[in-house]
Write a protein that binds this ligand. Structure first.
Ligand code: PEP
Ligand code: MG
Length: 579
């Protein structure tokens, strides 16, 4: 049994067999075969090695001795490995003795060798582990060929373990079979983590070297509450976790009973709880968890996982479906936030050196007007179906906002000319998620009907800490005094300009921040559906006086650690079962 500590990003507990997917998405489940099939599998191992050797020999021959000398050396080492009879014998013996598939035998034997290398203190030797993984990939490619199994077509329950997951991959997981997620990379607000939370799949990220420790088929426990992954747990631990999991589920049921109650503090202050969604079919989950509408619809997910851009009709259908769920209640549609870690196929081939500081969000839209106008037309057409609001992401100066609004007006004129109806006076707001926007909030407020603070990006850009990089994850915290001061400034400017303000970053879904946000004056929170009941429970348990006292104390503190500890202790008193 081994326990790894990472960052808890999606609550819940699950126990299951792990399925490792590498960067090329190969999934290598432990597959038992009939004893009569063993010879067939052994022949497959032979063929795969033969073809991998041939492929590599051709690659080696194609390298010239000058620039490619180093590469030639690497290929030569790999070839020596592939030709090693002892290695092949070991794999064949595994198939023979355990009645397992060729893929699984190759993967487990090579990973075992790689883990021996990793554990050697000598850097030169430990780095050879990467070579073994490369060899593994090459042989698996021969074995799996074009028959690579699609994660979407899983038929058994698994815990997905990966070095890194993209938001698109995560969004494609079938919740009925993917029971837990663990990755070496990532942070609490990386988009793959956000999607896992929306799907309600327990997840832990930033585990650094988990993929080198576990093997496909190992039993693992994902503790998405405490950020733990337990590999090959002993019986007592499994028992303990089964009880804990049942307790957690019971808390969930208990909280579901407050679904119909409005989110009101003990002294009568009403808080609006809206949902964050990535796909229209999540809207019903928001409604079921007691959400009052949608505060953030991340529409860029319409673009991911497909080779072509969505048409105006596809946009319209997605928005109409969402608005149809909430009818007269608000639905805030954020225009596409592509770029950074969410890119279209064309951008994959033209990577930027610093994508989070590059052509992202509204900047991307302002340089791709055709695409932007298609989306705006669809949102405006859907606006007659309910209470639609438009929100521009990552606005970093007034000029960008004016440009975006001008384009919106152009689109309105086009619709007028075509006599297509839309809600002329719909609210148009912005996300405040850069320090520049926060510091100029007073002028942006004059041109906005509402603000929504995107604390995920605001934290990243204020602290200069990549939100998805596990190496700096301990430096990433929305409880940092710098971030809190910016939130307070934005809140004050919105109040002076008398425009609505909400918080839609992950901060709004963490129970420990609720009292602080209320004390800062926030009255609308937008969060992923599964977290709504817990946050509501905190609101129902406090008074505004409690919140104001806590906020005054926190604003007087000057260290992130002090603030985080203080907030956690306060929340623990209110909702002990969740911590
Ligand atoms: C944010 O940055 O806080 C936000 C809500 O937007 P996203 O997480 O999609 O970048
Ligand atoms: Mg953002």
């Amino acid at each position: 049994m081994e326990i790894k500590k990472g960052i808890a990003v999606s609550p819940g507990v699950s126990i299951g067999k792990c399925l490792i997917i590498d960067s090329e998405d190969y999934r290598i489940p432990r597959r038992q075969i009939e004893p009569s099939q063993r010879m067939v599998e052994i022949q497959r191992v032979r063929n795969a090695f033969r073809d991998a050797i041939q492929e590599l020999t051709e690659l080696e021959a194609a390298q010239d001795d000058t620039g490619g000398g180093r590469i030639k050396d690497i290929f030569a080492v790999h070839l020596r490995f592939l030709r090693d009879r002892t290695l092949r014998r070991k794999i064949k013996e595994a198939v023979q003795a355990e009645s397992i598939s060729a893929e699984y035998a190759v993967s487990s034997v090579l990973r075992e060798i790689a883990s021996h290398f990793t554990n050697v203190k000598d850097t030169y030797i430990s780095e050879r582990a990467a070579d073994i993984y490369d060899i593994e990939r090459r042989v698996l490619k021969q074995l799996l060929g074009t028959k690579r199994e699609d994660l979407g077509s899983l038929r058994e329950e698994v815990i997905v373990v990966a070095r890194e997951l993209s938001p698109t991959q995560t969004a494609g997981f079938n919740k009925a079979f993917v029971k837990g997620i663990a990755s070496d990379a990532g942070g609490r607000t990386s988009h793959a983590a956000i999607v896992a939370r929306s799907l309600g799949i327990p997840a832990v990220v930033a585990l650094e070297d988990l993929t080198e420790i576990v093997r496909g088929g190992d039993t693992v426990i994902i503790d998405g509450n405490r950020g733990l992954v337990i590999i090959n747990p002993d019986d007592a631990t499994v028992e303990q976790y089964e009880a804990y999991s049942a307790e957690f589920a019971a808390l969930g049921h208990k909280l579901d009973s407050i679904r119909e109650k409005p989110a009101v503090t003990r002294d009568g202050v009403k808080v609006m709880l809206l949902g964050n969604i990535e796909f229209p079919n999540e809207a019903t989950a928001v409604l079921e968890k007691g959400g009052d509408g949608i505060g953030l619809y991340r529409t860029e997910f319409l673009y991911l996982n497909r080779p072509t851009e969505p048409t105006e009709e596809e946009h319209y259908r997605a928005y109409a479906q969402t608005v149809g769920v909430f009818k007269e209640r608000p639905v805030v549609i954020r225009t596409v936030d592509l770029g950074a870690d969410k890119y279209t196929q064309s951008k994959r081939f033209a990577p930027e050196p610093n994508p989070f500081l590059g052509l992202r969000s509204i900047r991307f839209c302002l340089q791709n007007l055709g695409m932007f106008k298609t989306q705006l037309r669809a949102i405006l057409r859907a606006s007659v179906l309910g209470q639609v609001k438009i929100m521009f992401p990552l606005v970093s100066n007034l000029q960008e906002l004016m440009q975006a609004k001008m384009i919106l007006h152009d689109v309105m004129e086009d619709l007028d000319e075509e006599s297509i109806p839309y809600q002329r006076d719909l609210d148009v707001g912005i996300m405040v998620e850069t320090p520049s926007a926060a510091l100029t909030a007073s002028s942006l407020a004059r041109e906005s009907d509402f603000f929504s603070i995107g604390t995920n990006d605001l934290t990243q850009y204020t602290l200069a800490v990549d939100r998805g990089n596990e190496l700096v994850s301990t430096l990433y915290s929305s409880a940092d005094p710098a971030v809190l001061r910016l939130i307070r400034t934005v809140m004050q400017d919105a109040y002076k300009a008398q425009i609505d303000l909400s918080v839609c970053g992950e901060m709004a879904s963490e129970p420990e921040y609720v009292m602080l946000l209320l004390g800062l004056g926030v009255r609308t929170l937008s969060l992923s559906a599964p977290m709504i009941p817990e946050v509501k429970q905190v609101i129902l348990s406090v008074t505004m006086e409690d919140c104001n006292i806590l906020t005054r104390k926190v604003l007087g503190m000057n260290s992130e650690r002090q603030i985080s500890n203080y907030l956690r202790n306060a929340a623990r008193k209110i909702l002990p079962a969740a911590f």
